[in-house]
Write a protein that binds this ligand. Structure first.
Ligand SMILES: NC(=O)c1ccc[n+]([C@@H]2O[C@H](COP(=O)([O-])OP(=O)(O)OC[C@H]3O[C@@H](n4cnc5c(N)ncnc54)[C@H](OP(=O)(O)O)[C@@H]3O)[C@@H](O)[C@H]2O)c1
Length: 357
């Protein structure tokens, strides 16, 4: 028997409609029926909305969304009982065999999604702001030995914020690069409880000179060509590419530092990036949430991070909570003076999430 649900559906490029959908909710072994309470707007949702980038051939109508949080309504899965509060991330960000998560009632299983328990004292809205970004941060931090000195670009983006906080909570020295003095001030004030966190505004003139002492580059230790020792940061986690990445690789890293790169779309001066890599013998890794989700202890690691939210040591940031109707405005190109929160509005810190009313 089919049951009616609602799905925020991309019907044409740049057109989202809240549509009724009918689905057979008879569960197979291992499946859960979930009432989705919140989801988030990810950069790739923006590309899907515009049918741009890798989504020019997207078959429409299509339901967007790769993650969400909600409550289990029915269960044929041993791990999650009815009433359990869960977060989930689709295991395939692209080419998932079905529609996405922007549906009120969703059938999931552990083959299709990483499903995580939300601690009783943590709000679903808090976890909605950090589900994928927590997994991403853990995926990228895994390359670093204890007490590393790590530079993070786009430190006020959703992934950047999670990486800064979870890195500091693990005992690393985190150095964030952000655009704009307000963001630098926000990080310095709000994330101080996590541990060692410093920040540099890459819009200030000569920012690289300000960053040098924070990364150890100002120390009078000549980098040795034969050892790992030497002045400069132990690593860099980058999701933006461009001049910030290039300069950081050239000026701020020690010999044999680790560079984790995770953005799909990066514009850069490839020759300079290659030259910096060769010169400092940098170890470049590709960061991938999808690979992380395949690791045996991924669920345990993300749930441990969610537990840190309970005592306010890890503080996910929802920049804006949109209604279903407003999501479309958040995704459209808007003039700079728009009253709507958009993905590209200057000064954004953290994730746009949205709530199913
Ligand atoms: N590989 C993976 O498994 C994986 C997983 C998650 C995300 N990602 C990718 O990682 C990227 C970031 O994801 P997110 O969720 O953190 O996105 P997000 O919340 O939109 O954050 C992106 C941040 O990058 C900054 N930024 C953009 N262009 C920049 C530039 N040229 N120079 C300096 N800063 C710049 C933005 O600042 P402004 O507001 O100033 O523009 C924003 O703070 C996306 O491309 C996403 O697709 C990859």
């Amino acid at each position: 028997m089919s049951t009616k649900s609602l799905a925020l559906t991309l019907t044409r490029p740049k057109t989202l409609e809240l549509r009724s959908v009918w689905q057979d909710e008879t569960l197979r072994s291992g499946q859960l029926l979930v009432q989705v309470e919140y989801s988030s707007v990810q950069p790739q949702d923006g590309d899907m909305f515009n049918c741009s980038g890798r989504f020019t051939e997207l078959e429409l109508p299509h339901v967007l969304g790769v993650e969400g949080v909600g409550v289990v309504l029915k269960s044929r899965c041993e791990t999650f009982e009815e009433g359990a509060r869960i977060a989930f991330i689709l295991k395939k960000f692209f080419s998932d065999e079905s529609h996405g998560c922007w549906q009120r009632r969703l059938i999931l299983d552990e083959h299709r999604a990483m499903i995580l328990r939300v601690p009783a004292v943590v709000g679903l809205n808090q976890v909605a702001a950090c589900t994928t970004s927590t997994a991403a941060a853990l995926a990228f931090l895994k390359y670093f030995p204890p007490t590393s000195r790590i530079i993070v670009t786009a430190a006020c983006g959703a992934v950047g914020l999670a990486t800064m906080q979870l890195g500091a909570l693990r005992g690393h020295q985190m150095i964030g690069l952000v655009r704009g003095p307000e963001r630098a001030a926000w990080i310095a004030k709000e994330l101080v409880r996590c541990g060692s966190i410093t920040v540099v505004d890459t819009e200030s003139p000569g920012w690289i000179r300000l960053a040098c002492p924070l990364t150890g580059k100002g120390e009078l230790v000549a980098p040795s060509p034969d050892t790992d020792a030497g002045a400069g940061a132990d690593g860099l986690i980058d999701g933006v590419g461009g001049e910030v990445l290039t300069l950081a690789m050239e000026e701020l890293l020690r010999v044999r530092a680790i560079v984790v790169r995770y953005s799909a779309v990066l514009e850069e001066d490839a020759a300079r990036v290659d030259a910096a890599q060769q010169k400092h013998r940098l170890l470049v890794k590709e960061g991938s949430v999808e690979d992380f989700m395949a690791s045996l202890d991924a669920i345990q690691q993300v749930e441990a991070a969610f537990a840190l939210i309970a005592d306010a040591r890890y503080r996910p940031k929802a920049w804006h909570v949109a209604s279903v109707k407003e999501v479309v405005e958040c995704m459209k190109d808007q003039p700079i003076w728009t009253r709507h929160a958009t993905q590209v509005k200057p000064g954004r810190i953290g994730r746009i999430i949205w709530k199913f009313e």
